[in-house]
Ligand binder design. Structure first.
Ligand SMILES: [Fe+2]
Ligand SMILES: [Fe+2]
Length: 151
């Protein structure tokens, strides 16, 4: 069965590849830029919500990595500010791609932090059963969100 850490890492891959897609678009690809940016926003909305509400509190309790978790939370706030700013800018503006590049850098930094520090420590400290139960819970939450989005 899939653990929560595997699922969160899959999201990281998805977001990185969407960012790569956006960076390879030309200034005339406004619609595709907008679509892909929306996919990033949606993926991150649910991902960060689950990390903040469920995963980080357990990871913090199991590993005692308070400083690390606090940093990760700050990085989430920063990313949310960047996402808001980008969504208020026209994808055809030169500024838009600069903002995407900043977002790309910030997200890759955050993702490496998680994957190199908190995730391995949590993987060690968490029972497989709990990691799988959290995985199931997260998969259900994502399913509900996509059903709602399709309505
Ligand atoms: Fe993450
Ligand atoms: Fe995160």
């Amino acid at each position: 069965m899939t653990t929560i850490i595997e699922l969160l890492e899959e999201d990281h891959q998805q977001v990185k590849s969407l960012l790569d897609d956006i960076k390879s678009t030309g200034d005339d690809a406004v619609r595709s830029r907008r679509d892909k940016f929306k996919q990033i926003q949606e993926a991150l909305e649910i991902h960060t919500r689950f990390e903040e509400e469920k995963f980080y509190p357990r990871a913090r309790a199991l590993t005692g990595m308070d400083e690390e978790v606090d940093d990760d939370l700050e990085e989430h706030d920063e990313a949310k500010r960047m996402l808001d700013e980008i969504s208020e800018t026209d994808p055809g503006d030169a500024e838009w791609m600069e903002m995407i590049e900043e977002l790309d850098e910030a997200l890759r930094h955050h993702i490496s932090d998680e994957e190199e520090q908190l995730f391995p420590a949590t993987r060690q400290a968490m029972e497989t059963e709990e990691a799988e139960t959290l995985g199931k819970e997260y998969a259900r939450m994502k399913k509900r969100a996509s059903a709602q989005a399709a309505e």
